[in-house]
Design a binder for this molecule. Structure first.
Ligand code: ADP
Length: 390
């Protein structure tokens, strides 16, 4: 390529171009050779007559990151011209390179003779900075998306463990030679139920990643019926870990709006945390207690583990907040909180270090005269009783 047509020279006078041609140092490099290395003194810039160069830097992870690519007609290594600092990156030859080295001293002389050359350098620097910003933004978004995927995967694994454990226990129960036909049927029912839960969870993840809101139609159920079922699963898990499960008082026989399969995950996640906290503990115990008022039903889920440090309490329900666990995802309680909120309720926690933890679930009681949403939707779809004559 002719020097006068290169990006650096195209706006310069013929005299300036001649000066560069005569005083510039012609250099050739083979593929994979370094023109300069990161940290080397910045002594001038390079105009590419033929070939291609990658400007690369080494990341703390040891990988090379390509900052930009330069081809015939471009110039590189100009940063040293602005600040006189050592090279901030390495120039690596991609296609055999024929270039002209223009020293710092020569550039200064040209800028003094032709101030326009200085302005052009500044404009190019600003263009490159813009390009770099765009790429940086894209890269940041990409890596944030990747780390979100990683976090989601962890949550996926976290939530799948509970149902899989229950399926494992049920399978063992069914396979036992002494199992009665009734207990085999019970095991089959439990496996089927957990498969249903797994399917629901997958659907939720799909909905979550699509960014759509999960719209739940909440049927009215007797809370005690739901709890009896949930307690069966809890007992199996607790028994396996040598944890005592105590129900303090009667199960509340009140009607609440509940998506049972989803709400069971609140108990699973709370139990999982309690098991984790009580490992190696003497007489590990989970206690469930209920309280009904005219407006809400309160469920208290307590353990006698080491409790939660006071400074952690305000952050407990935040997604990804985890403390003191090797493989914590910090999603268990955030998911509980979201499920309870989707039921119109709220969660709270009480704990002191060394004195166990109590999680509270407040569920609202349906208001008198409140119709199921499903019923309302069916009502809205009713055809007209009288069709006007045409
Ligand atoms: P993860 O269990 O994956 O860390 P969670 O959201 O379920 O995520 O819990 C967040 C943190 O709350 C846990 O890391 C733990 O420090 C604390 N925690 C939750 N439940 C209990 C409990 N019953 N006893 C002590 N600490 C608990």
């Amino acid at each position: 390529m002719d020097l006068s047509a290169t990006r650096f020279c195209r706006n310069l006078s013929a005299e300036d171009v001649e000066l560069i041609r005569s005083e510039g140092r012609r250099q050739r490099f083979a593929v994979d050779e370094e023109v300069f290395h990161e940290g080397a003194p910045g002594d001038g810039l390079y105009i590419i007559l033929e070939g291609a160069v990658s400007i690369v830097t080494r990341l703390p992870t040891g990988q090379n990151c390509v900052l930009s690519q330069m081809e015939s007609g471009d110039y590189f290594g100009e940063m040293a011209v602005y600040d006189g600092e050592p090279r901030s990156a390495t120039a690596l030859v991609r296609e055999s390179l024929d270039c002209l080295f223009v020293s710092l001293d020569l550039i200064q002389r040209i800028v003094e003779r032709t101030p326009l050359a200085g302005a052009m350098l500044v404009r190019d620097a600003s263009l490159r900075l813009r390009e770099f910003n765009q790429r940086f933004l894209k890269e940041t978004l990409r890596s944030e998306r990747l780390s979100l995927v990683e976090r989601l995967m962890r949550s996926f694994v976290h939530d799948f463990r509970n149902p899989l454990n229950v399926i494992g226990i049920a399978a063992e129960m069914a396979a036992s030679e002494t199992a009665s036909p009734a207990s085999r049927r019970q095991a089959r029912d439990r496996v089927q139920k957990q498969i249903g839960i797994l399917n629901r969870m997958m659907q939720e993840i799909v909905d979550f990643t699509r960014g759509t809101q999960v719209t739940t139609v909440l049927p009215k159920v007797v809370y005690a019926d739901f709890l009896r079922d949930a307690l069966l699963d809890l007992e199996a898990g607790a028994g396996q870990r040598g944890v005592r499960l105590v129900v303090d008082g009667a199960l509340p026989a009140v009607r609440v709006r509940l998506d049972g399969a989803r709400f069971a995950r609140v108990f699973h996640n709370l139990a999982q945390n309690a098991y984790d906290a009580m490992v190696g503990q003497k007489d590990p115990t989970i206690t469930l207690r209920f309280e009904v008022t005219p407006t809400q039903v309160l469920t208290e889920f307590s353990d006698n583990g080491p409790g939660i440090p006071t400074q952690n309490l305000p952050r407990l329900f935040e997604p990804f907040f985890t403390f003191g666990k090797d493989h914590g995802t910090g999603l268990g309680l955030a998911i509980c909180d979201r499920i309870v909120q989707d039921h119109g309720g709220r969660m709270a926690v009480r704990s002191e270090s060394g004195c166990g933890a109590t999680f509270q679930i407040f569920l609202p009681m349906p208001l008198p005269g409140d119709t199921d949403r499903l019923e309302r939707e069916v009502e809205a779809r009713k055809p007209l009783d009288v069709i006007p004559p045409v």
